[in-house]
Ligand binder design. Structure first.
Ligand code: FAD
Length: 477
């Protein structure tokens, strides 16, 4: 008999509960990936498609090294899966769960169809440490505040033993699309050269990235995680996690095993795991509030007097705001498909507060340009910064892009790398070039308004506007 394992956001063979359970049955395992076309599903952004292309090719080679073939098909997911079931007379389908409303509806419907045909359909936890409905507060609800949620996870979570990777896979002789024919890689223009320099998508790349971080980054994580200039200040695991090339349980096991073996910087290690749990927390919120990818979690923000402005949004997107730390971040994003977390907060604050732009516009840009674009973490990150989220940063907390730059990019290395036109400025003026005198600017080859933009809005004015907008909200209550 044959069993299909439908791989989605868990593109790996190791520590994959769905694959391991399928192997246990003794059936021939057929690994399937579907490029889903469905009106209710949000299409992947350009950067994610770039990643998917490489990740699938890596998976294809991992599957074939076990004698199998990764079957790739395109179309309405339910129909594609059922067609394959019938074509190969499969006994059923196994998969790892996903948590968005549309995805759950599609999977639920498929489960029903399979059951009606007397076939098996089983789902497993492959993308998270724990299912979003399992950890509850003492009153029985879900957690809406991170710190107690983290405490609960830390106390009660124990990673299961790793699920063994399959030794042998099937699928030879079954038709599928060539990944190359899906056109996932950008052409005309190909903007991805900076991505190639930074990333190795696929399961082996993920495991190597974790190892590199354990060796070079974990020790100092607690203090280095806020330094965007450091290459190994954070793990860089987010796109691997977003595509499920590594499981959060693998990370948990590796880090806790270090702690249990006397790792001295256990403070750093726990801080790192707590960040991994922020991802879980985002999924708890998404699961219980499926609309939060587009709608304010806190509906008080529904009457926020936003002032959307297309040309300002474009300057922000292109890294031309005149605030060096913001522009550095937006250019890092465009060039590599990733931005440091501290800088994500700064750019998001500038957009939603100084520029009074709805957070959804920023979320959409990130969705298109991030290799780690993730429905839960992206919506939560934006709503957190905008103030509309659960356990959010209060709206009146307006990040100051100048002092944030000075504090977290003290040596200016990050800004100099991404805004090379400012590299000649002394550290003192790097984060506020307009404060430098004419002679300093000339010496550095900077002409404001020509070689580098003047600030898109004066900081105090932007801050004031944001606070006034907030006041009008409060008055409406
Ligand atoms: P590390 O510091 O090494 O953390 C390890 C892992 O923990 C990360 O890989 C990630 O999976 C998880 N993590 C860390 N911080 C957070 C966080 N604040 N929220 C949720 N998970 C976290 N993360 C995404 O994965 N996808 C997104 O689309 C996304 N959009 C964001 C948008 C905004 C506006 C903000 C402020 C944050 C967003 N984040 C998003 C969270 C965070 O910025 C990234 O997860 C982090 O920068 C990834 O880098 P890293 O892997 O080196 O992180």
């Amino acid at each position: 008999k044959k069993l299909i394992v439908w791989l989605r956001r868990d593109l790996r063979l190791r520590d994959n509960a769905a694959i391991a359970a399928a192997v246990e049955t003794g059936a021939e395992i057929i690994c399937l990936y579907v490029l889903e076309e469905h009106a209710k599903l949000r299409g992947l952004g350009g950067a994610s498609l770039w990643w998917l292309d490489k990740s699938l090719k890596s998976l294809r080679s991992d599957v074939s090294s076990r004698g199998g073939k990764l079957i790739c098909r395109k179309g309405d997911p339910g129909a594609v899966v059922m067609d394959l079931v019938k074509e190969i007379d499969a006994a059923g389908v196994y998969w790892g769960r996903r948590y968005g409303r549309a995805e759950r509806d599609i999977d639920g419907h498929l489960k029903e169809t399979l059951a009606n045909d007397g076939l098996c359909a089983e789902s497993f936890t492959t993308a998270l440490l724990t299912e979003p409905w399992t950890i509850k507060t003492s009153s029985g609800g879900y957690y809406k505040v991170f710190t107690p949620y983290w405490r609960a996870v830390k106390t009660c979570y124990e990673a299961p033993a790793p699920f063994p990777a399959p030794e042998k896979l099937g699928g030879q002789g079954i038709d599928g699309d060539r990944i190359e024919d899906w056109g996932l890689h950008p052409t005309d223009p190909d903007w991805s050269s900076g991505f190639d320099d930074k990333w190795t998508p696929g399961e082996d790349g993920a495991v190597a990235r974790l190892q590199r971080f354990l060796d070079n980054g974990l020790r100092e994580y607690k203090s280095a995680r806020n330094r965007p200039d450091l290459e190994d200040g954070t793990s860089g695991l987010s796109p691997h996690l977003a595509f499920g090339e590594i499981s959060p349980a693998q990370i948990w096991r590796s880090v806790t095993s270090k702690i249990n073996h006397g790792f001295k910087q256990d403070d750093s290690a726990w801080t790192f795991l707590s960040e991994v749990v922020w991802r879980e927390f985002s999924y708890v919120l998404l699961y219980h509030n499926p609309e939060m990818t587009r709608k304010n979690y806190n509906d008080r923000f529904d009457s926020m007097p936003w002032r959307p402005n297309a040309s300002r949004l474009e300057r922000w997107q292109k890294g031309q705001t005149g605030y060096p730390i913001v522009d550095a971040g937006m250019r890092q994003l465009w060039t590599t498909g990733w931005m440091h977390n501290r800088v994500r907060m700064i750019v998001a604050s500038l957009l939603t507060k100084h520029l009074l732009t709805p957070w959804q516009d920023g979320e959409a840009w990130f969705w298109d340009t991030l290799v780690d674009a993730d429905p839960a973490s992206n919506a939560c990150g934006w709503q957190w910064t905008a103030g509309s989220g659960a356990d959010a940063s209060p709206y009146f907390r307006v990040f100051n892009p100048i002092t944030q730059g000075q504090k977290f990019d003290e040596t200016g290395e990050y800004v100099r790398k991404w805004c090379p036109e400012l590299a000649g400025l002394p550290d003192k003026h790097l984060h506020a070039p307009w404060e430098a005198d004419q002679e300093t600017l000339e010496k550095a080859g900077v002409t404001l308004g020509e070689t580098y933009p003047k600030p898109i809005i004066d900081h105090s004015e932007g801050r004031q506007r944001a606070l006034e907008a907030w006041d009008t909200l409060k008055k409406q209550e």
